[in-house]
Design a binder for this molecule. Structure first.
Ligand SMILES: [Fe+2]
Length: 205
């Protein structure tokens, strides 16, 4: 599946979302993202891309769309803090590498802070999908590339995220939330990715 077909599939799910259960939304997005991330052409694009920094975030679709498809490059050892996704539904997979995900559940509210417990661990790799859901044990996670090579992950957010929260550890062990604006190094990057039309043209001549 090329990037144009992935964008079409996400757009279709977005327009049907009101009539679908969370699980049906996740199933539709997962099926499309699994096809996209197991495509050799898409994987080659990620392998050959030279990111500008050791944590580079590219929006594949347009900034104006009501959903986001984000390609993230992780340098060796690079990880994210624990964060939420502003209650969007979504799915995450990878074009290259094996990135570790740990999901966290909120176990207690302590004043302005929360206590967190690890809920699950997953290895994000091509064709392997982890869901993002507004449910308590599927909202918060961190990701880390523990490998010695670069990793490239793909994140589909069915509702475009503007602000989200990072969770910072306090000396007492609880976590304090810090509101953060989602930023991109570039957008519209899908226009530079291989598509079926380009392959058909290059085969012809
Ligand atoms: Fe995330």
């Amino acid at each position: 599946m090329d990037v144009t077909a992935l964008i079409d599939a996400v757009s279709r799910t977005k327009s049907q979302a009101d009539e679908l259960t969370h699980q049906e939304v996740i199933d539709q997005l997962s099926a499309a993202l699994a096809k996209f991330t197991t495509s050799a052409e898409n994987q080659r694009f990620a392998e050959e891309y030279r990111p500008s920094g050791n944590y580079t975030r590219l929006l594949l679709n347009s900034l104006q769309d009501p959903y986001q498809i984000v390609l993230v490059f992780w340098g060796p050892g690079k990880g994210s803090p624990i964060h939420d996704h502003d209650d969007t539904t979504g799915v995450v997979s990878a074009l290259t590498g094996a990135t570790k995900e740990i999901k966290y559940a909120v176990t207690r509210h302590v004043g302005a802070c929360v206590e967190l417990a690890e809920a699950s661990e997953f290895t994000i790799a091509p064709g392997r999908i982890t869901p993002i859901l507004p449910e308590d044990d599927k909202r918060l996670h961190l990701m880390v590339n523990e490998g010695t090579c670069w990793a490239a992950t793909v994140h589909v957010y069915l509702t475009a995220i503007d602000r989200y929260r990072q969770y910072e550890a306090t000396p007492g062990g609880a976590f304090r939330t810090a509101e953060t604006r989602l930023w991109f190094d570039e957008w519209g990057v899908g226009r530079r990715m291989p598509t079926g039309a380009v392959r058909a043209r290059s085969r012809k001549g």
